[in-house]
Ligand binder design. Structure first.
Ligand SMILES: N[C@@H](CCC(=O)N[C@@H](CS)C(=O)NCC(=O)O)C(=O)O
Length: 205
């Protein structure tokens, strides 16, 4: 398999999942700052011009964080990334969708890149504030789900929702956003996992 990945982007979460599984894979680095996601070579992989994209062993490409995470969890069930039970799995996906669909796409995406959505400077400033509020409130909301007995969202080890929570928390730390103590503890525990160390260290800076 080959993961198309941009350092410090949301594809970090998928990289962590691949490391948690321990499956051999290659990483193709896409430089978003130079616009490599719009090069013909990458658009041939993912016409949407976004990472993550996962080229699988059968030659097909899967895109969208939640779809890739779900496929990896079901393809490698021994890694314990998503419960078998339908009700428990739905709760994990509910959290992952909130993190990716709301905290990332309606929070950080607006806060970090307002110029992609509006042109006037004042509107960009307002969008930045709005996005930051959505991201911060969302992080507080999700932190309420962090377990009392384990630092993870669900179960005895991190799964697909934790991988998503890690990348948005990584952004929050870079922006010096004040986080609830449970989320700080989650982040510190994730940083101790060999999978996370490998996923971050292996990323070019
Ligand atoms: N809905 C997509 C969003 C992916 C996404 O927004 N990726 C960003 C990096 S975090 C990207 O590739 N941005 C490049 C661009 O928009 O030009 C998913 O869940 O995978």
């Amino acid at each position: 398999m080959q993961l198309f990945h941009a350092p410090r982007s949301c594809s970090l979460g998928i990289r962590i999942l691949l490391e948690e599984i321990g499956v051999p894979h290659q990483v193709a680095t896409i430089d978003l700052s130079s616009g490599q996601q719009r090069d013909a070579a990458f658009l041939a992989v993912n016409p949407k011009g976004k990472v993550p994209a996962l080229l699988r062993d059968d030659g097909t490409v899967l895109t969208e964080f939640q779809a890739i995470a779900l496929w990896l969890a079901r393809r490698f069930p021994e890694a314990g990334l998503l419960p078998e039970d339908a009700d428990a799995a739905a709760r994990v996906i509910e959290a992952m969708e909130f993190i990716v669909g709301t905290v990332h796409m309606r929070g950080f995406a607006l806060a970090l890149m307002p110029s992609k959505f509006v042109s006037p400077q004042t509107a960009q400033g307002e969008l930045r504030v709005h996005g930051m509020r959505v991201a911060t409130e969302g992080l507080h909301h999700i932190s309420a789900l962090l377990g009392e007995t384990t630092p993870w969202l669900f179960g005895p080890r991190p799964g697909v929702a934790d991988a998503a929570l890690f990348y948005v928390t990584y952004w929050a730390k870079a922006l010096n956003i004040d986080l609830p103590s449970t989320l700080d503890a989650f982040y510190d525990q994730m940083l101790k996992r060999p999978s996370v160390v490998r996923a971050i260290d292996a990323s070019p800076t």
